[in-house]
Design a protein around this ligand. Structure first.
Ligand code: ATP
Ligand code: MG
Length: 257
């Protein structure tokens, strides 16, 4: 469903994505892991066209979206929902208006249908009765769930989740993970989930890809990743300060000899 080939993206001097290849099969949940700043969010933004790559291709249902016009891209975007890392809500709109934004702007639906969809989507993320609230009154985790509700009411074929469970409590995180699994199993949604939470990764993933130095260094089932002998992947999944990953950051801070 999504085939990424040779994708590269630099910002000024810094090469973030470097000849990256990644395939997401129809109906699968692909989890992406990797250190902060490795380019996980940049990849998702490339897929929805918020950031354009320097080179490479991104095929969505066979269409290379790096080569199409904005107008053609907009049609494809209607099938892709993205849950943004920070929620990306409009501060001047109520929660309900945020959730219904795409429905009211781009779809020909009556008010009653829109209201019903808002209520259903908010209920799915455990947020009943907050339609009239302003985003500034919500906690970080609530904003994230509103962002998820906004995606759910579009009923997209593809959902890109950027750290859906960061900032939410462990119980809510588990509920969100269950929802991700349910969307795959019941609605056959194809998903990419970026997460730092390895428990969530093992739970929701059909496959897990690790990014390092701008490309994928490992891609396998949760069991393959859990049992990997690759030293970089092992260090990352076990969260160890000591190992082959040391560059760029002073990981030995606070070490007393
Ligand atoms: N619009 C932009 N302009 C310039 N640099 C950018 C832009 N977007 C991202 N970057 C840079 O690209 C790199 C990768 O950023 P990205 O947000 O993809 O990291 P990430 O893997 O999602 O990290 P985290 O786990 O912290 O969310 C960072 O060095 C970041 O500063
Ligand atoms: Mg990110």
């Amino acid at each position: 469903m999504i085939e990424i080939h040779g994708l590269s993206k630099s910002f000024e001097e810094r090469q973030v994505l470097n000849n990256l290849d990644l395939t997401i099969k129809t109906g699968e949940t692909k989890v992406i892991i990797g250190r902060s700043g490795v380019g996980k969010s940049v990849l998702l933004k490339n897929i929805i066209g918020l950031v354009r790559p320097d080179s490479g291709s991104i095929k969505i249902n066979g269409v290379d979206v790096t080569r199409i016009s904005e107008k053609e891209y907009n049609k494809i975007r209607m099938e892709i929902g993205m849950v943004f890392q920070g929620g990306a809500l409009f501060d001047s709109m109520t929660v309900g208006e945020n959730v219904a934004f795409v429905l009211s702007e781009f779809m020909d639906l009556d008010q009653k249908t829109i209201q019903d969809k808002i209520v259903d989507a908010l209920a799915l993320v455990g947020l009943k009765g907050v339609e009239k609230m302003m985003p500034s009154k919500l906690s970080g985790g609530m904003k994230k769930r509103v962002s998820l509700a906004r995606v759910l009411c579009m009923e997209p074929q593809i959902i890109l989740y950027d750290e859906p469970t960061s900032e939410v409590d462990p119980i809510m995180a588990d509920a969100i993970n269950n929802l991700i699994i349910e969307l795959r199993d019941k609605l056959k949604v194809t998903s990419i989930v970026v997460t730092h939470d390895m428990n969530a990764a093992y739970k929701v993933a059909d496959s897990i890809a690790m990014f390092y130095h701008g490309h994928v260094i490992a891609d396998g089932t949760p069991d393959q990743i859990r049992n990997t002998t690759h030293p970089v992947v092992r260090q990352f999944i076990h969260g160890l300060a000591y190992g082959p990953i040391t560059e760029d950051e002073n990981l030995v801070f606070g070490h007393v000899k």
